[in-house]
Design a protein around this ligand. Sequence first.
Ligand code: SF4
Length: 709
Amino acid sequence: MKCNKESLHFDNLKEEIIIEISQEKANILSIDIYGIPPKHPDSHLGYWNFKIPDNKKAEILIKVNFNQIGFNSIKPFCNDAILYYKDFWINKDVKFDDKLKFSIVLWDNDKLIEIKEFQIVLNHSNQSRLQDALKKIKHLDECEAYINHFCVDKISLPQLLVIESTSRCNLKCPMCPRTINKSPTGKFDDLDEEILYNLENAIKNCNSVCLSWMGEPLVNKRLEHIIEKIKAINKEVVITITSNGILLSEDRISNLIKSGLDSINFSIDSNNIELYNKMRVGGDLEKVKNNIKNLNSIKTNQLSSKPRTNIAFVGGEENINQMPEIVNMANELGIKSISLALIDDFTLTSDYVDRVTFSEELKKKGHEAFFNAEKIAKEKGIDLNFEMPIQFFNFLDINRWGYEAEKILFNNDLNDEEIKSLHLHKGCHIPWVHSFIAHNGDVHPCCVSPRVLGNLKEKTFEEIWNGLKYKEFRKRLKSYNPNEECRRCKRAIWNRIETVENLRDWMKVGGYETHGLSWGTMQIDNTGRQYRFICKKATLFLRNTYKPYISLMLGNESLNIVSAKIAVNNKIIGQVVIPFGWKTVYLSLPDNKKNKFGKSLYSESSADLKNNKHSDMPQTDSAPTFENEVNILKLDIILNSNKHLLKINNVKLLTEKEVSGIKKFSANLSNTKVSLILSLLYAHLFYLISFPKKLYKKIRSILSLLKTR
Ligand code: SF4
């Protein structure tokens, strides 16, 4: 790497640097600025990462302008460079005097190729101007709209209910918390079915129910009745169990098919009998395999596609190299999907620490085993899913695009000061979208936490879900002082909280984005388009640049028409209807005068926030002040049916000029009733036109297939 300057002066806080890159492998350029002596995080002012465009390797111009720090952030500019996952951060509490260390680093993914360092000496006036600019930086967690969204807003009922059908088990697996009396759900018993009355509304409104938590569901002889009761409340809900498969007799199989069970995850961690016996104490691998074969043939005889089957593999010290064998076993048993997780991911107690620490040697083994497993899975057409992909890939040192994260975000030993100065909170949404009900009716925030937030024998689920205890739990989870179990939880890594200045007036999924709850992981369709699924109600935040229109690129992959309301700062601004495929819709923001949306929202929620202060919450000197609230837009997409999913690719604020000439028709869709009727007509017309075409194509393909035979 060649640089056009030997020293940097930052006269007037500006500097332009030209870098010449010759290294073919360099794909990321990062800039790091520290105070002297460089100390993390105290004197780390910030970093910026850029993806180096393939065709621009020869020369890159970086423009740094510290003057803009309070308004647009410090934004070194790299020609056409694309910022990637967690691309930068700024520490406004940085401690520095008159010196800064400025480094330009070239990377080949996570391998450092070359580093060039400069020491900058600031004069007195530059130093204080930089300090002032840093003080003005606001992070999103200082905005009420953002905090309320996570902590105070009324939350829609959960998408997933985990109901513990029993906490009894027929095995004594050494890695299970039950075995050492550390079960978060307490004593061992079957589900008290009385509690289903107080769960009725939640069952009606959820998408799926899992009937396993701490025990083996087949131990409960009334499992089929419980499934029937739940299906009677909501026939469309997807019911799943996770089972060791040992008690799956032919009678049980027939009864489970009759009850409407949708899927079974078989917990199998080894295809080696000796190892299996060591891990599943009291189990019998051959019996499990036979039971799965019986399940397949009974399903075929009864012409039933359900229950679908999946293998749930949890890798640890003893069995990490079993991944390829598990894929072979799935193939032999006709199972088309495997979920992979690492034992770290669900460690419930510190008693396991020694067992679950991934040594370098173990990582290497896991790394190799995974690539072999993936190769076999591709050949055999078996889907590999990851319970927590970001943890899985990072713990095994696998570079997988879209799941990169810095190691510090995995560090659960950070102290309060570090968490605060790095602007982190736990990236966990479980208590907003899932709920865990123990056999005795105790409601827990997640599968890890032994904390009870209410009991269904005393209150309805809705009372507990939006009750004070749940709210306080959520509030602390998104603070710098999370609940103890969240602080050490490995299911969630830390999230860096964005600066408001770096919010944009557009969001492209997979690129720049700030979104809130109810978003699925990023996916790519076969045309290369990135999208996320959204469900029920999804939220994102945009910077309000007073542009009058909003455009959303939405997709629907089902044959049902999906419709949704769009709300900006809690006010409905229109309806969208999406038939099969992708569609861009335009909505106007008629009241989008300066600060109008912002103020109405902030004044309401300010009081709520103050009233809800709790002694457990961090009351620090950096508690947010709302007088000079930054104007951000909170955009909610609220699906009109709980049963459907919608895909989202991007959202943009647009000017008058950008909209005129695109689609005047849909740009005026803010009149909700008219827009809904017109859009429904349009969608039905779409099906009327496209259906005969599809049918014709299908018939042609069947005919040509018959001909070739
Ligand atoms: S971060 Fe907290 S709420 Fe989330 S899974 Fe972990 S313990 Fe549960």
